[in-house]
Write a protein that binds this ligand. Structure first.
Ligand code: C5P
Length: 314
């Protein structure tokens, strides 16, 4: 006969460990509207998940703990401010249970890079704890909890290519074909704080020093359907780029180096300072990445492809 503990176990998801892989994001289009009364900016963005991943493994425990290794792990808050812990607690609150789990994060996505690494880890924590605890939330429920954690978190639960509105937290998939795009991700030595970049854009706009906004994403969405990298190259746009360049003028050299190496286009990713370059195919991306590393204008450069799925149990 089953003892009491065994008998109750079906309510739990799994004994673990649960491993979740989550991608980085870039913004193919980022229109920044006016500041709202809550301090956030109204956005219209096209998110794109790329093949640069963090991995979170979660197992049962008698308290909530987090250990970290890898890219920039030492710089992350290990306390209550950490987005991974906040995500686990938010899911526990939502599902009315104790936040008991041992989490281990392996980071490859650089921190404060404009690649939504922290938001990705929060999305991974939601998906992982949901599986561990057997709470089985729908994608919509996960997305609504995700939205309370950060503007980019719902997209990282979803993945692929998606239109983001509101402060970025309202996402809907873009009818993307199975077509893959090839990118090079050039990471800078020093990170940038997202709020600082938004504030810089506000200042530039106040003084009439920001260029015109990229506006509506129609051209970008049409380019995605055409599957022609040259057409996509001409349609990429980011309102935060002038602000990132104003704070980090040396990024112009990175963009120039990519252009000189034959990239179809180069753009600052989100709030930066990472620059992403569009390549014609995987081999072109490999070659571009090597040239960018050799140019000495970035800390690292690596090929990636997209779109890829959002946070998933592996
Ligand atoms: O939502 P998240 O916590 O990732 O945002 C980080 C910061 O970026 C916000 O505190 C805000 O300063 C800025 N932000 C913004 N408008 C948005 C998204 C982010 O001003 N739509």
């Amino acid at each position: 006969p089953l003892d009491q503990e065994e008998y109750e176990r079906p309510r739990l998801g799994t004994l673990g460990p649960v491993r979740v892989r989550v991608p980085a994001k870039i913004n193919l289009h980022l229109h920044v509207g006016p500041v709202r009364s809550d301090g956030f900016h109204e956005l219209v963005t096209v998110y794109h998940a790329i093949s640069l991943y963090d991995e979170l493994s979660v197992r049962r425990g008698d308290r909530l703990t987090l250990t970290m290794e890898g890219e920039g792990a030492g710089e992350l808050a290990g306390d209550d401010d950490n987005l991974v812990l906040r995500a686990a607690r938010a899911l526990a609150r939502y599902t009315q249970r104790e936040p008991l789990a041992r989490l281990h994060l392996r980071k490859q996505i650089p921190v404060a890079a404009g690649l939504a690494g922290g938001s990705a880890d929060a999305a991974a924590a939601l998906v992982a704890c949901d599986a561990l605890w057997g709470t089985n939330l729908s994608r919509d429920e996960l997305a609504s909890v995700a939205g309370t954690l950060g503007s980019d978190v719902p997209f990282l639960v979803l993945g692929g290519t998606a239109l983001g509105t509101g402060r970025g937290e309202r996402v809907s998939p873009v009818l993307a074909s199975s077509h893959s795009w090839h990118w090079v991700v050039a990471v800078a030595g020093l990170g940038l704080s997202t709020p600082t970049v938004y504030r810089e854009l506000d200042h530039l706009r106040e003084y009439g020093a920001a260029r015109e906004s990229v506006g509506a994403p129609d051209r970008l969405l049409a380019a995605l359907r055409q599957r022609d990298p040259l057409v996509l190259a001409a349609a990429l746009g980011n309102d935060l780029q002038p602000a990132a360049l104003s704070l980090r003028p040396e990024l112009r050299r990175t963009l120039e180096a990519g252009h000189d190496a034959g990239a179809l286009a180069g753009i600052v990713s989100g709030s930066g300072p990472t620059c992403v370059f569009l390549a014609t195919d995987a081999r072109h991306a490999e070659a571009l990445a090597k040239e960018l590393v050799d140019s000495g204008t970035c800390r690292s450069a690596q090929p990636a492809h997209g779109p890829v799925p959002g946070a998933r149990v592996v």
